[in-house]
Design a protein around this ligand. Structure first.
Ligand code: ATP
Length: 266
């Protein structure tokens, strides 16, 4: 899996924990037409970490990830302000294709697979951009090594697979472009706990191979267990952040339900 890793950060000055962030979000606001969904969000993601984002429904977690991967640059229908830098490069004016090409990709909520296509066809979609296309077949072999279950089912139509298998397809598709940052939106949604354990084992392996991971997770305990840094969002704002060891469950619960003072940092 070491080929998943790209170059290091180009940031000029260190941030949290004295490290140079791979992703730096500053004063990010996001709008769906007249509706403001994010309010001046700022945070860093350090290289090699797993950062979890938790928060109630409608807190703005998906909008945040969608902003990072260029899906909120839709003119009047959806737009953002503020800055997003990834490996020293501004992302906030780029298209999703350019962002994926730069090395940041997302596993979207609901997976968004081509369900009438086979596993292999779906994975190849993840390598359709020029940089990734050249090594698409090697990458496909790498993904089938990493997910043996998908190798067995490479010619199966995705609609005939279980939710857990489809989630593996979505993860493998994201890895096909050799990202250095992967954003996972609600990996556990609708899956049995035992399947969720398997999926998180894979996330841990992906992270160990050098890929930085941002995970949206509804389950607070799981978020604390898998990550080195946690953000809690409420009503479009980051209301609490810190290392899991420094945050109490009571603090997180307060923040989660919106009763915490905005801007607190542990
Ligand atoms: P969930 O866990 O339910 O996905 P979330 O924390 O990811 O919640 P978002 O989906 O980012 O929250 O939603 C943030 C706000 O933006 C909510 O008020 C939501 O109604 C609104 N919103 C989300 N998507 C759209 C859209 N396509 N058009 C208009 N408003 C939207």
């Amino acid at each position: 899996m070491s080929t998943l890793v790209r170059k290091g950060s180009l940031f000029a000055s260190p941030g949290r924990d004295g490290l140079y962030p791979i992703l730096s979000v500053r004063q990010l606001s996001a709008y769906y037409g007249e509706l403001r969904a994010l309010f001046d969000i700022s945070f860093d993601v350090n290289p090699g970490e797993v950062l979890s984002i938790i928060g109630a429904n409608g807190a703005g977690k998906s909008t945040l990830l969608r902003s990072i991967v260029g899906m909120m640059n839709r003119g009047k229908a959806a737009h953002i302000s503020g800055s997003i830098e990834f490996e020293g490069r501004r992302l906030d004016r780029l298209t999703t294709e350019k962002i994926v090409d730069a090395g940041a990709t997302m596993v979207p909520e609901g997976r968004m697979l081509f369900t009438r296509m086979t596993v292999a066809e779906n994975l190849l979609v993840g390598a359709h951009l020029p940089k990734a296309r050249a090594s698409a077949h090697d990458k496909l072999a790498e993904m089938f090594d990493f997910f043996p279950r998908l190798a067995e089912r490479r010619n199966q139509v995705v609609s005939q697979m279980s939710g857990g298998e489809q989630q593996m397809v979505a993860i493998a598709r994201a890895l096909m472009s050799s990202p250095s940052l992967v954003l996972f939106d609600e990996l556990s949604l609708g899956l049995a706990p035992i399947i969720v354990d398997d999926i998180y084992e894979k996330v841990a392996e992906i992270n160990k191979s050098g890929v930085t991971c941002v995970v949206i997770e509804q389950d607070m305990r799981r978020a604390l267990a898998v990550s080195s840094h946690v953000l809690v969002m409420a009503e479009g704002r980051v209301v609490l952040e810190g290392a899991p060891g420094k945050l109490s469950e009571a603090d997180i619960t307060d923040a989660y339900f919106g009763s915490h003072r905005a801007g607190a940092v542990a």
